[in-house]
Design a protein around this ligand. Structure first.
Ligand SMILES: *Cc1c(COP(=O)(O)O)cnc(C)c1O
Length: 389
């Protein structure tokens, strides 16, 4: 068979080796605890499941959906952006449903970039930004996220040649995997808008963790910045705030031109979102949000548990103000992969090596808080033991 060259540039799956090891250990009867993946252990709240059951039963939802999205869903998203971020969204033209953010991220690149174009992606970053660029035939240009810059990209460090070739810039705060946030009062998003205007670059803000904040921190939206809608769009997903990763429910809001080309592309690839699901999306956005606060209290407790345990073995990880991750500098003498391997072999705990998210992830591992409290406690106890050997 002769396949497309399109996939040749996609890096081999970096976690494949770890997965093989986990399987071997489990087969051998070893109790492996995974703090590796960012998939909530908490189920979707019952009130959401019950609404879905009602909507699935309604015959009006059974046909092909309108591809541009139901008015009801668009208006609920606009209402949410107004209440939560103070951002005005025109539901008719500045909203588009997504079958999860992931497909949107990959498709927006196909809609925006051609061969030889540059796509600016954070390093470390969510792997789809780079692999989506490669699939589109474009060139991902890595923007280092460094601890000394609070894991924000240094846009001024790019060469004018690269800026001229760049079509698209991905940003994502609160950030996966570094757990960094845009600090309150920061002018970062204003600088992004100015940069995008100067070089005619489209911006995609991936705001998957806006609601998963701790203490007093409240994450902003990129669209709050003046002029943001002239240059970009933002993706917002139900996956993390409502523990709905399997449902594939998200939306994009912002620049109408970008959304209309995304729509043009996607009408040729999928037939829109199950209307039952769109109505559930509207129902969630319009309804009470107590679930999110309760869930965040659970994550905050787990976060403190892990941070304290890490401190007791001399590992100083910054206390995250948001997300479900802890980005841990590995002990001296270890690489990311070496430390992840040590922890897996000696403690039967899975953590994700940071270099899997890009070269600048080297020297870190990511711990995900998506396991039950007792399992996290057991995991940190085992890691402590394995390092004091
Ligand atoms: C989890 C996550 C998402 C959500 O993706 P969905 O496809 O909506 O489930 C988006 N971006 C980042 C960075 C994430 O970690």
């Amino acid at each position: 068979m002769r396949f497309s060259q399109r996939l040749d540039g996609i890096a081999p799956y970096l976690f494949a080796e770890i997965e093989k090891k986990i399987q071997a250990k489990r087969k051998a009867g070893i109790d492996v605890i995974s703090l590796g993946i960012g998939d909530p252990d908490i189920p979707t709240p019952a009130y959401v499941v019950e609404e879905m059951q009602r909507q699935v039963a309604a015959a009006r939802n059974h046909g092909y959906p309108t591809n541009a999205g139901l008015e009801e869903f668009a208006e609920a998203a606009a209402g949410f952006y107004r209440r939560r971020f103070g951002v005005d969204i025109d539901p008719a033209e500045e909203f588009f449903p997504l079958l999860g953010s992931k497909e949107g991220l990959a498709h927006v690149i196909l809609a925006a970039a051609d061969k030889d174009d540059i796509v600016l992606v954070p390093d470390p970053g969510y792997p789809v930004y780079s692999s989506g660029a490669v699939i589109a035939g474009a060139t991902p240009k890595l923007l280092p996220l460094r601890p000394e810059n609070g894991f924000l990209p240094d846009l001024d460090s790019l060469s004018p040649e690269d800026c001229e070739k760049a079509k698209l810039l991905f940003i994502s705060y609160p950030n996966n995997p570094t757990a960094a946030v845009v600090p309150e009062g920061s002018d970062f998003y204003n600088r992004v808008v100015a940069f995008a205007k100067k070089w005619d670059i489209m911006v995609v803000s991936d705001n998957a963790y806006s609601e998963l904040c701790y203490g007093d921190y409240v994450a902003p939206s990129f669209l709050e910045a003046t002029g943001a809608k002239d240059v970009g769009i933002e993706f917002w997903s139900f996956s993390k705030p409502f523990c709905m990763t399997g449902w594939r429910l998200a939306f994009a809001v912002g620049n109408r031109e970008m959304l209309s080309v995304l729509w043009r592309l996607k009408t040729n690839m999928d037939s829109g979102m199950f209307e039952a699901l769109q109505r559930v999306g509207a129902f969630i956005l319009n309804g009470p949000w107590d679930f999110v606060g309760e869930m965040n209290a659970v994550y905050a407790r787990r976060r403190d548990l892990v941070i304290n345990a890490l401190q007791s073995i001399g590992l100083e990880a910054p206390v995250p103000a948001a997300t479900i991750y802890i980005w841990v500098p590995v002990p001296e003498g270890y690489t990311s992969a070496g430390f992840a391997e040590h922890v897996l072999d000696q403690a039967a705990v899975v953590v994700t090596p940071g270099n899997g998210y890009g070269p600048n992830g080297e020297g870190f591992v990511r711990i995900s808080l998506t396991a039950p409290d007792a399992r996290i406690e057991e995991a940190v106890t085992r890691i402590e033991k394995s390092l004091s050997l």
